[in-house]
Design a binder for this molecule. Structure first.
Ligand code: GLP
Length: 244
């Protein structure tokens, strides 16, 4: 779906998420959301916060799993995805702290593998993801599933692509400060979501959006795996959709 502007598009996506949260609430069920960081979802989170404050949308039944976190990364570091999520969403809504899951960037050594398996198990224990929000990186990554990511991959440690580190450099005040690794939900974890919405804004995403939507499904552009998902929508603005 191509919108003339990303603001209007973000509001539509927030409305879909709010409807799902409310429906689940009315049915007495939890709503399991997979959440993304980056600049693309910021306006969606802003709108969800507005709905909480002005329309009484409650997040008491919401359980969240974030896609990824840099490794190593302390929670209170301003560049952490933990910090990002609290700043843009969690600090402003009534979600119980124990319902929030964000990969822990302080896990080190042998424990990482166990930690990643436990992260996927926790998603399964919660009945899987009802809704997954995604952005897309210029390498075609979703979460931090960089080129080469296998279709069957679960949550794991990944080495970041050079392009990804270049794109992150301004936030870290130089590429030398950008971590080389991250923990990311895997492709199979993401593909297990019952509903997926990918956000793409601006001309600089046009090329990767074209490859993702119209190109062959390939590990070289991991977002192309989404072509096989039965309930996935790309929500774009005219810039990101301009090459389609
Ligand atoms: C990072 C995140 C991705 C995100 C991507 C795009 O690499 N790990 O989940 O989709 O950035 O970021 P932006 O939305 O700022 O373009």
């Amino acid at each position: 779906v191509i919108f003339s502007d990303s603001n209007e598009a973000s509001i539509k996506v927030a409305e879909e998420m709010a409807d799902l949260i409310q429906k689940k609430q009315e049915a007495g069920k939890k709503c399991v959301l997979g959440l993304a960081t980056g600049s693309s979802p910021i306006r969606v989170y802003e709108e969800l916060v507005r709905m909480h404050k002005e329309e009484g949308l409650s997040f008491k039944n919401v359980v969240t799993f974030n896609l990824d976190e840099y490794l190593p990364m302390e929670k209170d570091n301003r560049q952490s995805y933990w910090y990002f999520m609290h700043e843009h969403l969690f600090n402003h809504v009534d979600i119980p702290a124990e319902n929030i899951h964000i990969p822990d960037g302080t896990i080190a050594g042998e424990k990482v593998i166990e930690y990643c398996i436990a992260y996927d198990n926790e998603i399964k224990k919660n009945g899987g993801l009802d809704f997954q929000l995604l952005g897309i990186g210029r390498t075609g990554h979703i979460g931090f599933n960089e080129p080469g990511s296998h279709y069957n991959s679960g949550t794991r440690v990944i080495t970041l692509d050079h392009i990804t580190r270049v794109d992150a450099a301004p936030a870290f005040l130089g590429i030398d400060h950008v971590p080389r690794k991250a923990i990311t939900m895997g492709i199979s974890t993401v593909m297990g979501a019952k509903r997926i919405v990918l956000l793409g804004w601006g001309q600089n995403k046009a090329d990767i959006i074209k490859k993702t939507v119209e190109g062959p499904i390939s590990a070289q552009v991991p977002a192309t795996y989404l072509q096989n998902h039965k309930n996935c929508t790309f929500v774009l603005d005219t810039g990101a959709g301009s090459e389609l």
